[in-house]
Design a protein around this ligand. Structure first.
Ligand SMILES: Cc1cc2nc3c(=O)[nH]c(=O)nc-3n(C[C@H](O)[C@H](O)[C@H](O)COP(=O)(O)OP(=O)(O)OC[C@H]3O[C@@H](n4cnc5c(N)ncnc54)[C@H](O)[C@@H]3O)c2cc1C
Ligand code: FES
Ligand code: FES
Length: 498
């Protein structure tokens, strides 16, 4: 079949009649594949989860779970998708021939009651079932991703089969209760060699296709960065879209209808990680899951951030470029990247420019990025500060937006603080550096006294406001506590490294 098509459960389906603002979920359901459900339409519940074959960073592919309620269907031109209907086999209407192991365990262990959430759980669970590095050896692993003293980030929630329960953190169930679902997850074996979905991971993911469609609104997936920049130059109203985890919510809940949607998530130039002598450069369109795997803990402060950023379903789509470009004062990557002294690389047909993140934001959701520029990469200078922490205070432990977030990066030599950088989110119209606090810390002994003085200053940083997430007073109190908490947890480590 020529034209715009998506391969769903092994079958090509024509997608060329679809408008740019139709979400993958709606398109699937209109095709009669009604397993994926709409619960929230904002990426919170996982009822819409499906599997997509994505590049694994080497020569193979990886079944990746995504929320279908957020991205446009056209973003999947030429891609392979598996829905809950594509797992297991059905002999005829209502006659199940062979359940997939994930479905079998969920059925046997009572993991489903009303069933509304179940297809989404099944897809998230199947992605983890096929995860290439899942193994019983991980069963009692320390994730190594936790901030010191941060209980929720060091939770060991792996089953005896290596199943990481956080794979399900973006799936909500209202009636079954999570115990039977966990039992099903932990009872899964390893896929047999003959499993076709396992075998599929040995081959490359489908390449991105050059897609162009005009249905009143336009959808365009350019083949190269140069082409994308040309489109940006000529169309000031072009809306770049990467993971669509922000844009999808704008479309669904705030009725945003960009006249030109420009897909940038598969541009090679925005998808590399490079370590140089003096810096690490991270492509803006890599998903957070890609970055997490690509860095493999080599930037410990980012490794602390990822488990606390949304859910696996969101991290499988969301990008650093998207997170920084929204300019949200409560975005989680900015405080961490400010503490790491990061810069952003902006590009346009005029060339590239590098801007320190601390100078990037100019006001509420405003930045120095011009309409025809794309954020290509984030650069972090090396060597990294030795002692770091990320504190995210939110109403729920996982899959929630911050009330306040704090990224801390300190270097201590011979008991003296030789460098201090602290990034704050949720306490001003933009993410900010805690400059006054940093000044109090710099060149001072790393003692409880210094920390108490700095903590008092930190409580006064920013201009926190009352809103539905937290009061200004609460935010100030949280700021004041962060350094004390860091010192209490980290002082012994720093003493040893004197
Ligand atoms: C359920 C849910 C939970 C969430 N939890 C968190 C959380 O815990 N912490 C947090 O910080 N955020 C969270 N978010 C927000 C969101 O996931 C992040 O901001 C994400 O990083 C956005 O990336 P994206 O690729 O999906 O952006 P998109 O939605 O594709 O784009 C967002 C904006 O950035 C622009 N853009 C994207 N890439 C570029 C680029 N390279 N250059 C220029 N402009 C660009 C787009 O035009 C658009 O305006 C959550 C969202 C949802 C739906
Ligand atoms: S419908 Fe709730 S996450 Fe998609
Ligand atoms: S089984 Fe009813 S919502 Fe999960």
């Amino acid at each position: 079949m020529d034209g715009i098509e998506i391969f769903v459960n092994g079958k090509a389906r024509d997608c060329s009649g679809t408008s740019p603002h139709v979400r993958l979920l709606d398109w699937l359901r209109a095709e009669g594949l009604t397993g994926a459900k709409e619960g929230c339409a904002e990426g919170e519940c996982g009822a819409c989860a499906v599997l997509v074959a994505r590049p694994d960073g080497h020569s193979g592919s990886r079944w990746t779970s995504l929320n279908a309620c957020l991205p446009p269907a056209l973003a999947f031109d030429g891609q392979e998708i598996v829905t809950a209907e594509g797992l297991g086999t059905v002999a005829g209407p209502g006659a199940v021939e062979d359940l997939h192991p994930v479905q079998r365990e969920m059925a046997d262990r009572g993991g489903s009651q009303c069933g509304y959430c179940t297809p989404g759980f099944i897809c998230s669970m199947a992605a983890e079932y096929y995860r290439p590095d899942r193994s019983p050896a991980q069963a009692s692993r320390d994730t190594g991703t936790g901030a010191v003293g941060e209980d929720h980030a060091t939770d060991d929630e792996c089953g005896p089969n290596g199943f990481d329960l956080h794979a399900l953190s973006g799936n909500l169930c209202r009636c079954t209760g999570y115990r039977p679902i966990r039992d099903a997850a932990y009872a899964l074996g390893t896929p047999p060699d003959a499993d076709p979905l396992l075998d599929r991971q040995n081959r490359p993911a489908p390449p991105a296709r050059h897609t162009s469609i005009d249905r009143g609104a336009r959808f365009l997936r350019p083949g190269t960065l140069a082409e994308a920049l040309q489109v940006m130059q000529e169309n000031p109203d072009a809306k770049p879209v990467a993971g669509a985890t922000d844009l999808g919510v704008e479309v669904n809940l705030r009725h945003s209808r960009p006249p030109l949607v420009l897909a940038i998530d598969r541009l090679d130039e925005l998808r590399t990680i490079a370590f140089d002598d003096g810096l690490v450069e991270i492509g803006a369109a890599l998903t957070l899951s890609d970055v997490e795997r690509g860095l493999d803990g080599r930037v410990p402060l980012l490794a602390q951030l990822f488990p606390q950023f949304a859910s696996r379903l969101i991290r499988n789509a969301a990008t650093l470029g998207g997170n920084l470009s929204t300019g949200s004062p409560i975005g989680d990557s900015a405080p961490v990247l400010l503490a790491l002294d990061a810069t952003v690389v902006l590009c346009s047909l005029d060339g590239e420019r590098e801007v320190p993140l601390s100078e990037y934001y100019t006001g509420y959701r405003q930045s120095v990025r011009k309409p025809h520029e794309l954020l290509r990469a984030v650069r972090i200078p090396l060597p990294l500060a030795e002692s770091t922490a990320f504190y995210k205070i939110s109403k729920r432990r996982f899959d929630d937006i911050s009330s306040v977030s704090v990224g801390i990066a300190l270097q201590v030599a011979d008991g003296v603080i030789t460098s201090a950088r602290i990034g704050l989110g949720g306490v001003a119209a933009t993410p900010i550096r805690a400059l006054a606090t940093e000044e109090v810390l710099l060149n001072q002994p790393w003692t409880a006294d210094t920390v108490a003085r700095a903590a008092a200053v930190m409580a006064g940083e920013g201009t926190p406001i009352d809103d539905m997430r937290a009061s200004a007073l609460y935010r100030q109190a949280l700021l004041g506590q962060a350094l004390l908490r860091f010192h209490a947890a980290d002082a012994p480590t720093l003493e040893v490294s004197k």
